[in-house]
Design a protein around this ligand. Structure first.
Ligand SMILES: [Zn+2]
Ligand SMILES: [Zn+2]
Ligand SMILES: [Zn+2]
Length: 88
């Protein structure tokens, strides 16, 4: 686990995506590159490589610090506050 990030340390059960799609992009008719699942509320949104960056916007607006990759075969968490990664 990453040193000094209390947010990553506080994640006990990693939430996976309910569906592999960005809820906000689907509403907008937009597309995305990769998906991230918020570990606070469980919403799945698009990554910073996507045009709309819904996951990082959500993290800042809602103050939900940690997201997990929702990509098949990827097992890592990211903290937006500390810019910290952890694999699990
Ligand atoms: Zn953190
Ligand atoms: Zn999106
Ligand atoms: Zn959230």
């Amino acid at each position: 686990m990453a040193d000094g990030c209390v947010h990553l340390e506080s994640v006990e059960n990693v939430k996976g995506p309910r569906r592999r799609e960005c809820d906000t992009c689907v509403t907008m008719g937009a597309s995305w590159v990769h998906l991230r699942t918020c570990q606070t509320c469980g919403v799945t949104l698009c990554c910073d490589s996507s045009p709309n960056r819904h996951a990082s916007t959500h993290a800042r607006a809602q103050q939900h610090p940690v997201a997990a990759s929702a990509e098949v075969g990827e097992r890592w968490l990211y903290c937006y506050v500390d810019d910290a990664f952890a694999e699990y």
